[in-house]
Design a protein around this ligand. Structure first.
Ligand code: HEC
Ligand code: HEC
Length: 490
């Protein structure tokens, strides 16, 4: 062999090696990126970030996107209110689907090997209103999620995973139809990992939440704040707990304008005086864990909520009547409810306030001591949770979007709240977002409109009582109307 030929064959071998090695290396790098990826979908616009951005909940409790996407169609029979001829979707559960958006409000996306869907603040803190039954719903971020049926969602995902149709064959067929075909690697991951794993995780979660079946239905706009925590985060044996603490159903609150709330004892029972801890604790409710919480993204949302103002009441206000009402409010209400007043953000004892005690009783000393172990050993450890003996005096800003009223959402309108308990509606309908300008709240006397069924709330059920808060109830009717008018301006 000549020197020339030897050089040539060496060069050839080098070429072959490069041709083999480069794709191999690229493949390894690609697989490594896929398997170690943790990429949240972000939004430049902060309102979109609030509605659709990630808090990290996808990592521990997310549902792989394509499974989540096809569930309503495969299990349409398990969705409440599914009418024939209508595309089954999460809208059946009250989730708000904006045009052109991939996910309904309150759902976020993050790639952890594959794309997963999780919950965020807007699941519970974004709602809609209509100025009349014929008007378009308007979405308001940071108001209570008045139309969202979260228990319906929990029940739905718990029911589908024990259904024989939740099998790799059946699910892959639906996924391939919806996606137009996954790539080969994703197909393998879905068939052999994602589908069986999701089934196992959700079956376990369903078992942990089975105690919820012992509670009256939440209906739209409510959640049990602390009992799911006891079971999921801390493995409390729910069947051994005092039945008195097992119903903690609470109305979703509004979360705008946090700055003047700094240092106030809030949550419905005033159990925490730190805005920061209330935000972090809330993220746990969305399904993050102390190790998966995405603190920078929670902070981005928290910074925005700090000064966010509630929208103004959109209908006419009678200015004279409102001024009259303002004076009456000063006399009877402001000491507990006005920003800067002496008692705002403190707790009125249950003996005095006499509203339903269930939510208060659901927050126990035992839960409190367990909560203090979360984030242990880090600067994020909770230090502000306290067991209280009543309910907090909340500021009333943006009140017109916060109906039904009281911590359990048991009184449909402000005008009803100003009546003695035995003259408040014993039953009413929740989930309607049409404003009631006379009584201030949402329309609550319709069982159905446009084929949409509303939820019947029964104040006789445990945790649902509409008693107590006997302020202003002896005022003349005209004065009550004046207070209603004034409260529209907040
Ligand atoms: C699963 C539903 C849910 C999610 C998700 C959720 N929250 Fe909440 N949030 C609630 C409920 C219910 C309360 C009232 C708790 C109580 O006292 O019972 C609350 C209370 C709060 C409060 C205190 C309000 C007050 O004035 O008392 C703040 C602040 C808050 N949430 C912020 C957030 C933020 C920020 C996020 C996202 C990081 C979030 N929440 C996610 C349901 C939720
Ligand atoms: C002594 C303190 C105190 C006074 C005075 C008082 N309230 Fe309250 N208010 C409370 C407490 C405590 C709650 C929470 C009770 C609960 O949710 O169980 C509350 C709740 C409310 C709510 C419900 C807020 C929401 O987001 O659902 C409204 C509305 C309200 N009060 C209006 C008034 C009006 C109007 C007056 C005067 C006629 C008044 N309050 C007088 C302590 C007071």
């Amino acid at each position: 062999m000549t020197i020339d030929n030897m050089t040539k064959s060496k060069a050839l071998w080098q070429k072959i090696l490069i041709l083999l090695l480069v794709p191999l290396l690229v493949g390894i790098v690609w697989l490594a990126t896929v398997f170690t990826s943790n990429k949240p979908v972000d939004y430049a616009d902060i309102v979109d970030q609030f509605k659709y951005g990630s808090l990290g909940s996808e990592i521990a409790s997310g549902i792989p996107y394509w499974i989540w996407r096809v569930m309503p169609e495969v299990f349409a029979d398990k969705l409440p209110g599914q009418a024939p001829g209508i595309q089954p979707s999460y809208s059946n559960l009250g989730f708000i689907q904006e045009p052109e958006k991939k996910l309904p409000i309150g759902f976020s996306e993050r790639q952890v090997i594959i794309n997963r869907v999780g919950l965020n603040c807007a699941t519970c803190h974004a709602g809609t209103f209509r100025t009349s039954a014929a008007a378009q719903p308007q979405v308001v971020a940071a108001m209570p999620s008045n139309v969202v049926n979260l228990q319906g969602y929990i029940d739905f995902i718990s029911a589908v995973v024990v259904d024989p149709r939740f099998s790799p064959d059946r699910m892959m067929a639906a996924i391939n139809r919806a996606s137009g075909g996954l790539n080969p690697l994703e197909s393998l991951i879905y068939r052999y990992v994602a589908i069986p794993q999701t089934r196992d995780v959700l079956i376990q979660q369903g078992a942990k939440l089975s105690f919820l079946h012992g509670q009256p239905q939440w209906g739209p706009g409510r959640v049990d704040t602390f009992n799911p925590y006891k079971s999921i985060q801390f493995n409390f044996p729910m069947d051994k707990l005092d039945p008195k603490e097992l119903i903690g159903t609470a109305d979703f609150p509004a979360v705008w304008n946090q700055k003047p709330r700094a240092g106030l004892q809030l949550h419905w029972d005033g159990d925490n005086s730190s805005v920061d801890e209330r935000n972090k604790s809330a993220s746990l409710g969305a399904g993050v864990t102390p190790t998966t919480i995405d603190l920078p993204r929670v902070q981005r949302v928290a910074d925005w909520l700090w000064e966010l103002q509630p929208p103004k009441y959109p209908l006419a206000i009678n200015p004279e009547l409102a001024t009259q009402g303002q004076a009456l409010f000063q006399q009877s209400c402001a000491s507990c409810h006005a920003f800067g007043s002496e008692k705002v953000g403190t707790v009125t004892t249950i003996d005095e306030i006499q509203t339903d005690p269930a939510r208060l009783d659901s927050y126990t000393y035992e839960l409190n001591s367990n909560q203090n172990t979360l984030f242990a050993g880090t600067p994020d450890r909770f230090t502000h949770f306290r067991k209280t003996n009543g309910y907090a005096n909340h500021p009333l800003d943006g009140l017109w979007l916060r109906a039904p009223y009281l911590h359990n959402g048991s009184v449909p309108t402000i005008r009803d709240l100003l009546e003695p308990a035995d003259r408040r509606p014993p039953t009413f309908y929740r989930g309607n977002d049409v404003l009631d300008p006379q009584k201030l709240g949402f329309v609550s006397n319709l069982a159905v409109d446009n084929s949409h069924k509303y939820f019947l709330y029964d104040t006789k059920l445990p945790g649902n009582h509409n008693t107590g808060h006997s302020y202003g109830i002896d005022l003349p009717s005209d004065d009550k109307d004046a207070i209603v008018e004034y409260l529209k301006t907040l």
